[in-house]
Ligand binder design. Structure first.
Ligand code: GLU
Length: 477
């Protein structure tokens, strides 16, 4: 590991589920901060809660990070594999007197809290097993009971830190009681492991959700007791649902990989998440390199961010527009495969990049793009309403005539210009307006009344497919 002057950040998820939007944003900010300062980004898996932690969740978190392309320099380190180290540190603290054994039973603690409440005091552990107190009151360890280990929190003064996001925060030590750092069975507790790890992994900046603000003064005290220097802390505000309520499933997908399935691009997700709670002037669309260049804690918002799915869709649409047709086609393929599309089915339409180039401006997501591109290969069935409104006898007669003209066009003339000219001559012949022919043609060939310009759409199709689909008109007339 490198010297302490180098910026080192970490992402420290508890592997109990997928990588959620909030976690992904935390990871993104910690990553961006490390990259901005030419430092290192560490991945640490906080899996001390063996009942709730699963290998599948570890995988899901790493999949989410891979998808977002958040690369880490060290790790993943698993807390579950560091137990020996935690125990060694606890032993050392016991020896130095910065921690002590406590035999208070659950009933005793409940009683203590009840009495404190009755006296109008804040319930807290009263330090009765601090060695000097136990000696004074004559407490002796009960037989057959495994003690917990408590940290001896300073009694006086306060813990103050200048939060990167929230500004100066100060908590009086008499607000903090002696935290349990190891349970009766010897397993270390969450707040303790975090401290040992942040210290030994030489973390310089801790960016995490503000649900951890209350842990920070305790962690700083333990760090100091271990002779360490505390990192800089930055507590990120929550991400709320569009209605301002705590984000939950009912608002929509909460896990980042679900956004992959819904056809969002990782570039767009990084862009959107970065902007959700941070800004750089009025920049809305930026890539990861720009983010790294600009990422500045002073611009991280103190107030909670509110999800806005329309904005996310807009950002995604901007990113779709930034991709080349070949790249779009590549990104689209998994979405088409999911729909059971075979390459064979696609020979009835244009090459995929050409199809993408024609319709990408109408799509906000790859799933929507798949819908649009689908028109070329598997047209939707014409609805009854469209049929009776647009596929009138007059329209069908014009379509039949158009089909004949298309058939005799030279293969070399199968392009937008001659196609328009042919359509125009048919209109004149049947005294129709462009829409009265273009809509029926769209419906027959693509199954949809609205499409990008019909001549370009038709020109992209193999002529044989167009003729075969126009021939359907005969069965309707
Ligand atoms: N494991 C904690 C969580 O998933 C994060 C702890 C931290 O970042 O300090 O909420």
């Amino acid at each position: 590991m490198s010297g302490a002057s180098v910026v080192r950040t970490r992402f420290a998820p508890s592997p109990t589920g997928d990588l959620h939007l909030g976690g992904a944003r935390t990871a993104l900010y910690a990553w961006a901060w490390a990259r901005r300062h030419g430092g290192q980004f560490v991945l640490r898996i906080e899996d001390t809660d063996l009942e709730r932690s699963t290998p599948a969740a570890v995988q899901a978190i790493m999949d989410g990070m891979h998808w977002l392309d958040l690369d880490w320099d060290e790790g993943p380190f698993f807390q579950s594999k560091r137990m020996v180290r935690y125990r060694a540190v606890i032993a050392q603290m016991l020896e130095r007197g910065t921690a002590y054994r406590c035999w208070a039973s659950t009933e005793e603690l409940d009683q203590m809290r009840e009495q404190q409440r009755a006296l109008g005091q804040k319930p807290r552990y009263d330090g009765r097993w601090r060695p000097e107190n136990a000696a004074r009151t004559g407490l002796t360890p009960p037989a057959g009971v495994d003690p917990v280990i408590r940290f001896r929190n300073p009694d006086v003064g306060s813990v103050t830190w200048d939060d990167l996001v929230k500004g100066p925060i100060s908590i009086a030590n008499d607000e903090l009681d002696d935290l349990i750092i190891a349970r009766g069975d010897g397993t270390p507790t969450y707040n303790f492991c975090v401290v040992v790890d942040d210290l030994e992994m030489q973390i310089t900046h801790v960016l995490r959700g503000d649900d951890h603000v209350n842990n920070t003064p305790r962690q700083i005290n333990i760090l100091r007791a271990l002779g360490g220097q505390e990192p800089v802390y930055g507590h990120l505000s929550m991400i709320l649902g569009p209605d301002g309520e705590k984000l939950s499933k009912r608002h929509g997908a909460t896990s980042v990989v679900e956004y992959d399935a819904q056809g969002f691009l990782p570039e767009a997700m990084v862009n959107y998440l970065a902007r959700l709670g941070w800004s750089h002037g009025d920049a809305e669309i930026f890539d990861r390199h720009e983010l790294v260049q600009w990422f500045d804690a002073a611009q991280i918002s103190r107030s909670p961010a509110q999800l806005d799915f329309d904005k996310l869709r807009w950002v995604n649409a901007q990113w779709l527009k930034r991709l080349t047709p070949v790249e779009l086609a590549k990104r689209l393929e998994p979405h088409l495969k999911k729909r059971g599309w075979s390459e064979a089915a696609m020979t009835s339409g244009p090459d995929l990049p050409i199809a993408c180039a024609l319709v990408f401006e109408r799509a906000h997501t790859l799933e929507e793009l798949a819908d649009w591109v689908g028109l070329f290969y598997v047209p939707a069935a014409v609805t009854k309403a469209d049929r009776s409104t647009h596929l009138t006898t007059a329209a069908l007669a014009a379509v039949a005539s158009l089909a004949i003209k298309f058939k005799v066009l030279d293969e070399a003339e199968w392009s937008a210009g001659p196609i328009t000219a042919t359509m125009k001559s048919t209109l004149a012949e049947f005294s129709l307006k462009m829409s009265q022919l273009a809509i029926p043609v769209r419906l027959l060939v693509f199954g949809q009344a609205q499409t990008p310009s019909v001549d370009a759409m038709l020109a992209a199709m193999p002529r044989a497919t167009v003729l075969a689909r126009l021939a359907l008109a005969e069965s309707l007339s």
